[in-house]
Design a protein around this ligand. Sequence first.
Ligand code: SF4
Ligand code: SF4
Length: 344
Amino acid sequence: MKHLAEYKEEIHSCSKCGLCQSVCPIYKITGNDCTVSRGMFIMLRGLIKGDLKMTNRLNRYLDLCLKCGACSKFCPSDIDVTDIIASAKAEYFKLHPLEKIISFFQKYFIFGMGISILKLLSHNIKSKKFEKKVIYFGGCSGKIKGNKAVVKLLNSCNIEVITPNFQCCGISFYVRGDMESYNNYKKNFLAIVEKYGITDIVTTCASCEKTVRSFSQDINVKNIFEYIRENGLKLKLKKKKRVTFHKPCNIENYDDIKWILDNTENLDYIEMQGFDECCGLNGISKIKEYKIMSRVFGAKRNNIINSGAKTVLTSCLGCETALSFYSLGRYKAEDFTEFLVKNL
Ligand code: SF4
Ligand code: SF4
């Protein structure tokens, strides 16, 4: 992770074309240029030059960003806004002791104690042995749900699954600018992978996948859907099920998921409007921004309901949490891998 000043060139390469405004879910609600990459880059230029200070107001704009990356996909200058904002958040983190206290609670109570309690309910099974071996990085999702679904599906592809005791991938610390915690999670991950001497890593969560892939160029990270598709695994549900799917912003290979949605027998898949729009996960904790965030949540919720499906599938623990949080009993949000194994 670079320091904010090292992003100077990328920030200067913004041509101010405003294309990011047309896709940013937050700008569409606020109409305020400070809440989209173009305006944020102008502020960050001022910060780097020393004309502006890292105030709570500036931090508010950084926090309103959902880190969905929609603007980066359309940006003609190809600027990765999420990395730049994480780097700016790191500057804020260094200056504000309260941020460290929040991180402490997050690390020891949510990702520590909370996950350990949920782990007691997880379903773990022993993998069959095959010549091809992969390491399962479950992150928090793997701790809560266990490895049963992954082992069953990959064993059907003649792949052995090794399940080490990993910690979190650290993505939520990264977006909050707590780089020390994030780097510790990264070190823990790489040390475990080195110990096993296996470089093929499988995940079921898009955010874990994107994060651990960025840790090293010497590892080969794939999501489970790639393995299912490349092995041509034919899936058939016991009973007909109507579902829709929410595409996580962090997914990098949606084609494999779409292939499974289209090719699983008895799976009646309906593509909802805005299936690839952000669920607003990063807005859940922003209680003060409730008015803005409830519009993001409301749009997604309505799209799910209007699809006519009572189940929305996804492949990211964060998205699943957000979709469940505002479902108000109108639909059920489920992890795609878990859903498949439960219904086969
Ligand atoms: S789309 Fe990219 S280049 Fe255009 S204004 Fe937004 S950040 Fe700048
Ligand atoms: S990452 Fe998403 S929320 Fe943030 S500025 Fe870009 S489009 Fe807007």
